[in-house]
Design a protein around this ligand. Structure first.
Ligand code: UGA
Length: 441
């Protein structure tokens, strides 16, 4: 193995922390950087500040190796690193649908101000196309090393819940570069990954930026497509789960991301499709991705329709009714509640006057901070105590395994809405439950 470059990872959230930890395990010397002192202290002490299966064990391994350290100092990072990965968040702006570039711009500026020698800055954050070109200018203007500093784009495709797996062996790598040197640097920064035969696609900067938003838009479109079919099923008495299964046999369609239900949420898909539509409008090609607004609309309607189902099961009046909300995270195996459909439904029902008790195996604490007005249970059964309706909103395995008879004994009425098609309707109905799900008779 040729001498490995030293890496810094700027931003230690879901993406950055995972990248820093996995790269250190794979043999690189890595410095993780964040402006959040609490996060840096926790990570340095071996504690992952969020829920991600397998990551705490990997962090322990990385720290034991002596190859992973954390800092809040950009000067130290600039001094240490040969390749600097930018992994900070690009949330939706408060005043529009565009991406908020504050953190990207601030971190790149802080790093560049300290760059005194040849280095590669690699963007991983999801950004509006054209950002890399803008940042190239910014870096060259700001860095003492001037145009010795190059910029590349390497979008990240990891899924929360599978972050370690997706980082150690991604299905592809995309290197957006402006020179042969940058490509070779990236190849050496991913040597152990490439050695496993992971395909790499080398592109220009703007194509690399676009790959990411195009991928997330496609995934969002696929989910909304099947959820649109669910709406049609509801009007006709057809069954969307049978429909989806039948479609999935066609290899060209495939069954992945074709699970109907409450729809997509999280810190990526919803804000990425909005930012993409916004950026396309700025570029004068808004019409080309105008359908993304419809994709967003279909997705939002799933949440509203789930609330409607609760109303149907409570004879049109939820005020004073007890609702057990099973799940708060945007998907199972995560404690992430950003734009979580589950919490959205729970909070809406509360606003409508229902007494909502939430239980999520990992996200209760995050949910409580964001929605202190809701009540929180200590288990699914605890949340379901005296409930008039139970609503399954996040498909955790432990919810799939609930015994309908046992839960039936603690509720006031045996009524359940399966927002994620996670339960077997026959066994719930056999136990005397009124079972309802979106897109099914
Ligand atoms: C998504 C992409 O899948 C990753 O490839 C990407 O790297 C990441 O965004 C990102 O941009 O950082 P993630 O947000 O972790 O990953 O979650 P997904 O597994 O994509 O699920 C997103 C949402 O779609 C969840 O709320 C999930 O419940 C929902 N979903 C997913 C469905 O409703 N139906 C499906 O068939 C699949």
């Amino acid at each position: 193995m040729s001498k490995l470059p030293r890496l810094t990872v700027i931003g230690t959230g879901y993406l950055g922390a995972t990248h820093a930890i996995c790269m250190a395990v794979m043999g690189y010397e890595v410095l993780g950087v964040d402006v959040d002192t609490t996060k840096i202290e926790k990570l340095g002490a071996g504690e992952v500040p969020f829920f991600e299966p397998g990551l705490p064990e990997m962090l322990a391994k990385a720290l034991d190796s002596g190859r992973l350290r954390f800092t809040t100092s950009f000067a130290e990072a600039a001094e240490f690193g040969d390749v600097h990965f930018i992994c900070v968040g690009t949330p939706q702006r408060k005043d529009s649908e565009a991406a908020d570039m504050t953190y990207v711009d601030a971190s790149v500026t802080a790093l560049a101000q300290n760059l005194r020698r040849k280095a590669l800055v690699v963007g991983k954050s999801t950004v509006p196309v054209g950002t890399a070109a803008r940042l190239t200018e910014l870096v060259r203007r700001t860095a003492p090393a001037g145009d010795q500093v190059e910029l590349a784009w390497n979008p990240e495709f990891l899924r929360e819940g599978f972050a370690v797996e997706d980082t150690m062996k991604p299905d592809r790598l995309v290197f957006g570069v402006g020179s042969e040197w940058a490509e070779q640097r990236l190849r050496s920064a991913f040597q152990p990954v490439l050695a496993q035969g992971v395909p790499v696609k080398v592109t220009d900067l703007q194509t690399a930026e676009l790959v990411k938003v195009a991928a997330n838009s496609f995934l969002a479109t696929k989910i909304s497509y099947i959820n649109a079919m669910a709406e049609v099923c509801e009007a006709t008495g057809a069954d969307v789960t049978d429909l989806a299964e039948a479609l999935a046999y066609d290899d060209r369609i495939g069954g992945k991301f074709l699970r109907p239900g409450l729809g997509f949420g999280g810190g990526c898909l919803p804000k990425d499709i909005r930012a993409f539509a916004h950026r396309a409008e700025e570029l004068g090609v808004g019409q080309a991705v105008g359908f993304l607004r419809e994709i967003d609309g279909i997705n939002r309607r799933r949440r509203a329709r789930t609330v409607d189902l609760v109303l149907e099961l409570t004879s049109g009046e939820v005020t004073g009714k007890r609702v057990a909300a099973l799940g708060a995270a945007f998907k199972p195996n995560s404690d992430d509640i950003r734009d979580a459909p589950a919490l959205d439904v729970a909070a809406t029902l509360h606003r409508m006057g229902a007494i909502v008790t939430v239980f999520d195996p990992a996200a209760n604490d995050n949910a409580r901070k964001a929605h202190p007005e809701l009540q929180y249970g200590t288990s699914a059964l605890d949340a379901a105590m005296d409930a008039d309706v139970v609503v399954l909103l996040t498909e955790w395995t432990e919810f799939r395994e609930i015994d309908p008879e046992m839960m039936g004994q603690v509720v006031t009425s045996r009524k359940i809405i399966d927002g994620r098609h996670a339960l077997d309707p026959a066994s719930w109905r056999a136990a005397g439950w009124e079972y309802r799900a979106l897109g099914r008779p």
